[in-house]
Design a binder for this molecule. Structure first.
Ligand SMILES: *[C@@H]1O[C@H](CO)[C@@H](O)[C@H](O)[C@H]1NC(C)=O
Ligand SMILES: *[C@@H]1O[C@H](CO)[C@@H](O)[C@H](O)[C@H]1NC(C)=O
Ligand SMILES: *[C@@H]1O[C@H](CO)[C@@H](O)[C@H](O)[C@H]1NC(C)=O
Ligand SMILES: *[C@@H]1O[C@H](CO)[C@@H](O)[C@H](O)[C@H]1NC(C)=O
Length: 224
């Protein structure tokens, strides 16, 4: 959404004949669950590109660790990959809340998802130390505040329109990339209207509007 400040800036640009406005960042939203191997793969091998070539400088990242989990009538969570996934979804939600800085919480989540890929999850607590964070998110989990956060993520996931078909479910400025999610850099670069084009966007990748409608040719974790 363009702000009043943005329009003021555009007006100013008309007068002075240059474009001094800091265009809005591109919003990249990732709906996922911690133990879906295809979510881990996306985070570890693709989302990690945000750290390269200053791509992070134009992105507002929104990670939503709920995925295909189900909220039961008594309020407890049922996760696709079992209770451990509910625990880790909640830990990641707490980490995002305690460390809202995107590079900080993504570093932790990367560490945890790397361990998940390597089948070494018993060491996930060390990820706080490895990424230079304190273990405050564990207190958040124990206090029950993590469940509050997860309920919010459940509601946000349920409100997706169109609904997610699988995870990882990736959106750029609200547009779902569907099966083309691994090409998120292309979409981010094409959506960015600012002047400070990061190196990752050179040369500007070709936009491919024909989102594939067919069943993905690579695996994902389906809803239901
Ligand atoms: C864009 O993102 C960068 C890095 O996350 C941040 O420092 C900056 O404040 C953001 N700008 C806007 C307009 O949101
Ligand atoms: C909630 O309901 C589910 C399924 O009906 C059940 O397995 C679970 O034990 C219940 N949890 C609590 C805390 O009552
Ligand atoms: C990580 O662990 C080392 C060794 O136990 C310790 O010296 C260091 O302070 C810890 N770092 C953080 C951020 O807790
Ligand atoms: C765009 O995607 C369609 C469908 O997958 C593909 O056939 C086409 O070659 C792609 N075009 C470009 C320029 O990548």
């Amino acid at each position: 959404m363009a702000s009043a400040g943005f329009f003021t800036c555009m007006l100013l640009a008309l007068f002075i004949g240059i474009w001094p406005c800091h265009a809005q960042n591109v919003t990249l939203s990732v709906y996922y669950e911690t133990l879906c191997p295809y979510c881990s793969d996306f985070i570890v091998n693709h989302l990690v590109k945000l750290f390269h070539s200053r791509l992070f400088s134009i992105v507002n990242l929104r990670l939503v660790p709920w995925g295909n989990a189900v909220l039961q009538s008594n309020g407890s969570f049922l996760c696709q990959h079992g209770p451990e996934e509910c625990l880790l979804n909640t830990i990641e939600a707490c980490t995002i809340s305690v460390y809202p800085n995107e590079e900080q919480h993504l570093s932790f989540i990367l560490c945890l998802e790397r361990l998940a890929s390597a089948n070494e999850l018993n060491e996930w607590i060390n990820c706080f130390n490895t990424t230079g964070l304190a273990t405050v998110p564990i207190d958040c989990y124990k206090s029950g505040y993590g469940n509050v956060l997860e309920n919010q993520y459940a509601a946000e996931t349920a409100q997706l329109d169109p609904p997610h078909k699988f995870v990882p479910w990736v959106l750029v400025d609200g547009q779902p990339l569907q099966e083309d999610f691994k090409n998120f850099v292309t979409y981010v670069c094409n959506a960015y209207k600012g002047e400070q084009v990061p190196e990752a966007c050179h040369p500007l990748p070709l936009m491919n509007n024909s989102l594939k409608k067919a069943t993905p040719s690579y695996p994902v974790c389906y809803a239901n």
